[in-house]
Design a protein around this ligand. Structure first.
Ligand SMILES: *Cc1c(COP(=O)(O)O)cnc(C)c1O
Length: 389
């Protein structure tokens, strides 16, 4: 195995966790499509006994993503939700968790409709104000689970500040880093204990896999996750691991282009008369632009803001007309793929949130969300121009 520890992000993305196959010298990690492994003598084997417990293709992916997050240990799962549900396995009946109030809908549903039945308690607060977290802490608070930036309002939480509050109160800090990927945000470096991703989004980036990953730096936590991953068993198929491993080789290139294209689209939107507020952490008008510049850094320390943009139109009718006219953009849920997507949160991703609740955090019926892909920027702008006309 190459020692990639001191190498830069791009080199790690391509090499970390991987070495030429020892049988044939294949430069690419093979898809080890196997459920079991032959032992030379009882208990004498090459580190692999059964496919749920470990698989070489999965192991390569886990090492690769751990390296990109600057953590020591990675654990791959069959979906982002499988990763989050396995994190909950760290807790026990009676424990309390503080959660970002505008967390991913599936996470909210899992916490409220499944985990509360097992005696876990959740409090949802606006974690962009650290004071709100402090006020919500109870004697039984064992974890703080945050998403930054949030979807679709792109509110940020100061991870460094939050990590110190968590440490003072002996609570674990788990960060869902799906929206920025490790290219633009590495929570472990800022003091978080656990990073979780839906690899379905930017990490895989080609809209052809559902997957998840957990990365930690602490050895004891890693032991727990190894145990939980094997016990719960929500592991990804070797082929899916191979696809994601192929995708991470270009993560840095894709993220740079997502970011550049987003800046181009934002400029167009800001200048367009029919568009109201444009929400993007890269805009100086974003209330937390300064925090974004401090916390969302590429591997060279330059601020990056990712590919997610939200903007407000006057009404649902206006938004609908744009959504129906786009041709290069596709009207779809999800995000983080090479292709540009456009969506209407109020009727799509956030339809299950009551209108009065949605509007409390600014998610109006005229709000449109864009996941900017890596197409040629002029084609994206021209598409929006014709859709707005
Ligand atoms: C999609 C998503 C998830 C859930 O991941 P799946 O792979 O769909 O299970 C969790 N968090 C965020 C921020 C997401 O966007």
């Amino acid at each position: 195995m190459k020692n990639t520890e001191k190498m830069s992000f791009a080199t790690k993305a391509i090499h970390a966790g991987q070495s030429p196959d020892s049988d044939a010298g294949a430069i690419m990690t093979p898809i080890y499509q196997t459920s079991t492994y032959v032992q030379a003598s009882p208990g004498v084997h090459k580190g692999y006994e059964y496919g749920r417990t470990a698989n070489p293709t999965r192991k390569a992916l886990e090492a690769n993503l751990a390296a990109l997050e600057n953590g020591k240990y990675g654990f791959a799962f069959s979906s982002g939700m499988a990763a989050t549900s396995t994190i909950m396995g760290l807790l026990k009946q009676g424990d309390h968790v503080i959660v970002t109030n505008n967390v991913y809908g599936g996470t909210y549903r899992y916490f409220e409709q499944v985990m509360t039945k097992y005696g876990l308690q959740f409090t949802y607060v606006d974690t962009s104000e650290i004071q709100n977290v402090q006020s919500a802490i109870q004697a039984n608070t064992k974890m703080v689970f945050v998403e930054t930036p949030t979807n679709p309002m792109l509110k940020l939480t100061d991870l460094q500040e939050l990590a110190s509050v968590c440490k003072q109160n002996s609570a674990l800090l788990a960060v869902d880093n799906t929206f920025l990927s490790p290219y633009f945000q590495r929570p472990l470096e800022l003091g978080a204990d656990i990073v979780v991703h839906s690899t379905t989004k930017y990490i895989n980036g080609h809209s052809d896999v559902i997957g998840g990953i957990v990365v930690v730096d602490d050895e004891k936590l890693a032991e727990r996750f190894g145990f939980l991953q094997n016990s719960v068993g929500a592991v990804p198929a070797p082929f899916d691991c191979w696809l994601v491993l192929r995708a991470t080789k270009t993560l840095h290139l894709r993220m740079q282009q997502h970011n550049r294209n987003a800046l181009g689209v934002v400029k167009f939107l800001v200048e367009h008369s029919e568009v109201g507020e444009v929400i993007y952490p890269g805009l100086t008008t974003h209330p937390q632009h300064e925090l974004a510049c401090k916390q969302q850094l590429d591997p060279f320390g330059h601020p990056g803001f990712g590919g997610m943009i939200s903007f407000k139109m006057e009404s649902f009718e206006q938004a609908k007309s744009v959504l129906e006219k786009v041709q290069v953009f596709s009207l779809a849920e999800s995000l983080g793929g090479v292709e540009s997507l456009i969506g209407h949160p109020a009727s799509m991703t956030h339809a299950s949130v009551p209108k009065s609740e949605r509007e409390k955090f600014g998610l109006t019926d005229g709000l449109v969300r864009i996941s900017v892909g890596v197409e040629f920027i002029d084609d994206l702008i021209n598409d929006l121009k014709q859709a707005f006309s």
